[in-house]
Design a protein around this ligand. Structure first.
Ligand code: GRG
Length: 306
């Protein structure tokens, strides 16, 4: 059971629902309006971004921001940019050339609801929009820090980050990966955007990632990123994902992709997730109550059922 702790008199449950509502509103505003030409493309971009999801990455940005005392207005655009990159990755990952999925978040995938060419353009458009929302002037961030955020997001999303992780994943289909290689793949494919959430919050706070506080938060992010994927594999194994309409993991199995379950078995994967959670919490040792939302978020990530 997730402990409902309070930061600034707000429980984690309150923080979570407020932050999810907030990021939905921010995304709503920062995405091109559906009537703007080309309307079908913009409609599909909004369909793919506003259609639900747990909003884990924005929650990480807001929780790290709360820990570091950053005003919310300085976190909105970084959180939205990160979620746009995430949404684009899901749209492209669902394409026939990748996982060929029909459902995402319980709804038809973008290429099913629209068409394949539109889905490719949706990913391209969302990626460019993510960088645009960081680059635009007038949201209270010094230009130097905006550039730093742009570079951080580009690094995390690109061939040495998420896209690189996806390439490693595709190359591993039908092959066996040892645990360190599987971890490296997930640290890139999923972990880099989680790490980026913390890096963007650090940047908004004006804290150097090399500083002890920054390094500790990044250690937290890496453990959480890996725990997220281990839990994903556990959920797949126990079959819960079928109910969510997310056919991704079924597709993974059919493509014979390596997973933490095939390498470790269910019981050992569970204790591995617990160990990662303990290490994530350990990284937050030098913080008091201000890091409680980060702690609760880490617990939620390994206790979630979808
Ligand atoms: C195709 C450019 C490109 C990249 C693909 C991250 C990624 C790389 C693909 C996503 C596919 C996937 C299912 C990865 C496994 C873990 C993961 C990131 C799941 C989806 O993230 P959630 O659970 O999704 O945060 P919601 O729907 O809650 O936003």
């Amino acid at each position: 059971m997730t402990l409902d702790v309070a930061v600034n008199n707000e429980t984690f449950a309150q923080f979570r629902s407020r932050s999810v509502r907030r990021i939905e509103d921010v995304l709503e505003t920062l995405l091109p309006p559906a009537h703007l030409l080309p309307a079908r493309l913009h409609d599909a971009m909004r369909y793919s971004t506003l259609g639900g999801g747990k909003r884990v990455r924005p929650l990480l940005v807001y929780a790290a921001g709360a820990c570091l005392g950053v005003p919310l207005e300085r976190l909105d655009r970084p959180a939205a940019a990160l979620e746009m990159i995430h949404a684009y990755s899901l749209v492209h990952d669902d394409l026939p050339a990748m996982d060929n999925d029909d459902l995402r978040r319980g709804l038809p995938t973008c290429h099913r609801a629209y068409d394949e060419a539109t889905a490719i353009l949706v990913g391209d458009g969302l990626q460019a929009q993510a960088f645009l929302v960081l680059a635009e002037p007038g949201w209270g961030m010094a230009a130097e820090r905006q550039v730093q955020m742009l570079a951080t997001l580009a690094q995390a999303a690109g061939s040495r980050g998420m896209v690189g992780g996806q390439a490693i994943d595709l190359a591993a289909v039908g092959r066996e990966l040892a645990l360190p290689a599987l971890e490296q793949m997930h640290l890139h494919k999923t972990g880099m955007l989680m790490r980026c959430a913390i890096q963007l919050a650090l940047c908004a706070a004006g804290i150097d990632a090399q500083e002890a506080r920054g390094a500790a938060l990044l250690r937290y992010a890496d453990r959480v990123g890996l725990a997220f994927q281990v839990q994903d594999d556990i959920l797949d194994e126990i079959g819960d994902l079928q109910q969510t309409g997310k056919a991704q993991q079924g597709a993974d199995r059919s493509r014979n992709k390596p997973s933490f379950i095939t390498l470790l078995g269910l019981a050992e994967a569970r204790s591995y997730a617990q160990r990662l959670l303990d290490e994530a919490l350990d990284a937050l040792q030098s913080w008091q109550a201000e890091a409680d939302h980060l702690r609760a978020l880490a617990r939620l990530i390994i206790e979630r059922s979808k």
